[in-house]
Design a protein around this ligand. Structure first.
Ligand code: TRP
Length: 447
């Protein structure tokens, strides 16, 4: 095991890296289209309830495990519960990470390809159907793979420079760029003629749209967006110094992550309504509807470039966080150098990436339980393994560890006061496992 482990330099590093992990394709690509499909603002209200009542306690659980042990997810459980099978929960998390990274880099690659086409104005000067434009890319055997490899190599190069010099430093530069891009684009969108309709769609609730399915979607989205349930945040918090206030950091990350998701809605829906397009477009929203919207704006290539740059930064920092979680495990458990461990991981991810990318083209007929490989990786992670991981983590902290242990973590051994510590303990012990269990079973029956 590495004798001297890296740490983030301070509060700013903690917030920007963790927000970098949380803010990803989940916020800018998935949140708007799921909101569109599930009726807009009513979904958002349920989503915010999930984030507060389940997201905060679950994040505090991961933060306390990581910061208390300064270890990768597997060793963390081993240290807190020696000679028990709990370390399998950590290992399961790493496996989930590998499955997420079987498809996440493919989508990240698409964003990079769109960014490149936006800069060269190829994207916005296209006059055909953008559905076809997207299909040409996704079903192509080689182009998506090349972009995917570029993204993975970028993550590899950054992470090989180390936790502080690579991960933290890059996050500190590109996350502020992301916030600025987000604000510029939101202001521009809301000032368009469709601004009021877009905002109404997001802000005026229609409760007739609420049903069990909407609640299931909201919870899954909340966990995915907050990077919960796979040990990613255990790894990040293992780099937190002892004086970091876990409660404040979790709150800050959650508020920023939710704001970014909402503001992405403020960018997308006003623009979609301005040009008379449909908000319920589904997964094609960012890659099919939006290019059409951008192409109708003046200085179209500029807006397209800014948007896909935003999407790419978000995707890259999230991808790096999962890569880092797997990397910390492989380096420490298999005693490899960071560089070699990362090379091995990238190699495995390339193979899995070929499978998911080709599931749109050459392998599109190959199905597991009726799903393409890409959809299977998505389903097995976000609908099965992540809720399971989050359930086990909350049971671990809520039932296996003592209440005093959790309170000590939150209060930094009693040196700071945390107003709602008892309330979050209660949520973690009873409410979180119960809700995840109900939703988990509901989701499995839903298939
Ligand atoms: N939260 C990221 C997003 O919104 C994705 C992500 C990063 C993630 N790390 C994770 C999801 C860990 C689940 C678990 O796109």
């Amino acid at each position: 095991m590495a004798s001297k482990r890296a740490l983030f330099s301070g509060k700013l590093g903690v917030i920007l890296t963790t927000v970098g992990s949380a803010v990803g394709l989940g916020n800018i690509w998935r949140f708007p289209y799921i909101t569109g499909e599930n009726g807009g603002s009513a979904f958002i209200i349920v989503y915010i309830a999930c984030v507060i009542l389940l997201g905060i306690p679950a994040m505090l659980a991961e933060f306390s495990i990581g910061r208390a042990t300064h270890s990768n997810p597997s060793d963390a459980y081993k240290k807190l519960a020696p000679h028990t099978p709990w370390h399998w929960v950590g290992k399961l998390g790493i496996l989930v990470g590998v499955f997420i990274l079987a498809y996440y880099p493919v989508v990240s690659g698409w964003t990079l390809s769109y960014l490149f086409d936006a800069i060269t104005t190829k994207l916005t000067s296209y006059t055909g159907d953008y559905g076809q434009y997207f299909n040409q890319l996704a079903t192509n055997a080689w182009m998506p793979l090349i972009w995917m490899v570029v993204v993975l190599l970028l993550s590899h190069i950054i992470l090989c420079r180390g936790v502080q010099q690579g991960l933290e430093r890059v996050s500190k530069v590109i996350m502020p760029v992301l916030f600025v891009l987000l604000i510029i684009m939101a202001v521009h969108s809301c000032l368009m003629p469709g601004g009021p309709s877009g905002l109404r769609f997001l802000l005026v609730p229609d409760f007739s749209k609420l049903n069990a399915h909407v609640v299931l979607m909201a919870l899954g989205q909340a966990f995915f967006s907050l990077s919960l349930g796979m040990g990613c945040l255990i790894t990040y918090s293992s780099y937190f110094k002892e004086d970091i206030n876990l409660g404040k950091s979790a709150l800050m990350v959650i508020v920023l992550d939710t704001l970014v998701a909402l503001v992405s809605g403020f960018i997308i829906f006003p623009a979609v309504f301005t040009f008379g397009m449909e908000p319920q477009e589904g997964a094609g929203l960012a890659f099919i509807v939006l290019p059409g919207v951008f192409s109708k704006m003046s200085v179209s290539f500029l807006w397209a470039t800014l948007f896909y740059l935003l999407l790419f930064i978000a995707a890259l920092t999230s991808l790096m966080s999962i890569h880092e979680a797997i990397l910390s495990y492989v380096t420490e458990s298999w005693q490899m150098s960071r560089k070699n461990a990362s090379r091995l991981i990238v190699l495995v991810l390339c193979v899995l990436g070929v499978l998911s990318s080709w599931s749109f083209g050459p392998l599109s007929q190959f199905k597991l339980f009726g799903l393409t490989l890409f959809d299977s990786f998505d389903f097995i992670t976000s609908s099965v393994l992540m809720p399971l991981g989050a359930l086990l983590t909350s049971l671990f902290v809520g039932w296996k560890l003592k209440k005093q242990w959790f309170i000590n973590q939150l209060t930094n051994q009693g040196t700071i006061s945390v107003p709602l510590a008892n309330f979050f303990w209660f949520l973690l012990r009873y409410f979180v496992p119960l809700c995840i269990f109900i939703i988990f079973v509901g989701k499995l029956l839903d298939v």
